[in-house]
Design a binder for this molecule. Sequence first.
Ligand SMILES: NC(=O)c1ccc[n+]([C@@H]2O[C@H](COP(=O)([O-])OP(=O)(O)OC[C@H]3O[C@@H](n4cnc5c(N)ncnc54)[C@H](OP(=O)(O)O)[C@@H]3O)[C@@H](O)[C@H]2O)c1
Length: 256
Amino acid sequence: MSSVIGPVAKKILIVTGGSRGIGAAACLAGARQGFAVCVNYRFQKAAAEQVATAIRDTGGEAIAVAADIGSEEHVMRLFATVDEQLGKVTALVNNAGVLDLQSRVEDLDAARLERIFRINVIGPFLCAREAVRRMSTHRGGPGGAIVNVSSLAARLGSPGEYVDYAASKGALDTMTIGLAKEVAAEGIRVNGVRPGFVYTDIHASGGEPQRVDRVKERVPMGRGGQPEEVAQAILWLLSEAAPFCTGAILDVAGGM
Ligand SMILES: NC(=O)c1ccc[n+]([C@@H]2O[C@H](COP(=O)([O-])OP(=O)(O)OC[C@H]3O[C@@H](n4cnc5c(N)ncnc54)[C@H](OP(=O)(O)O)[C@@H]3O)[C@@H](O)[C@H]2O)c1
């Protein structure tokens, strides 16, 4: 029997919203695990380039690509750019997500609801579609893994803050379960993480930059989380250490 080992297949990771927060931590952790990384961003080019440069400076491969994941045209262009510059994606982190100012449901308008659901639900669906088209063994692909970044809000509902955001993450959880079953026999695993209160910029867009410090007493561990702690869970679910794990949604929330 030959003991020759063939070339190791290239691992290619797309992280949507990779310029800041949890996404940036996932890009850096992915590079440490040997992925070539596409750092997607919407507006903050300098921040995305900084993440990509940090990866290249430590000998990794990375590109930063602008695309609004709420736009089908942009998503198509994002995946085509990765095809050309890195190769076909083998791992996707649907991380980009938004919330709006803290508000009650009785004060929400259709434009806000449309934006939240377009970016938090339709965007991940479109990215998952493009990933499955490239990964599925039924289409000649090598298989792959997808992780959806949901939120503990899907379980808690976020009353008085952003029920719309919480509901969008509930939809994402249902997509995780359904898509996982749909592509389980095609070499693709689909899982989710539900972060709790994590120190990132997202709370400023809700109008309360210091929100984690206000609510952290409610966390059984008594503290907020760091983006890197969520990234570790994401990378584990993407990795070969989780080969029988699909359709799972892992709370990363300090016991909440
Ligand atoms: N932080 C928390 O406490 C927490 C808790 C539960 C769940 N989450 C979830 O974790 C994920 C990451 O959150 P975060 O706290 O790290 O957020 P963040 O610090 O606000 O960063 C958001 C990232 O998403 C990108 N982005 C936003 N809209 C986009 C769009 N339409 N297309 C492409 N990229 C877009 C941003 O790009 P630019 O830099 O270009 O703007 C940025 O890279 C989100 O899905 C969020 O819902 C966060």
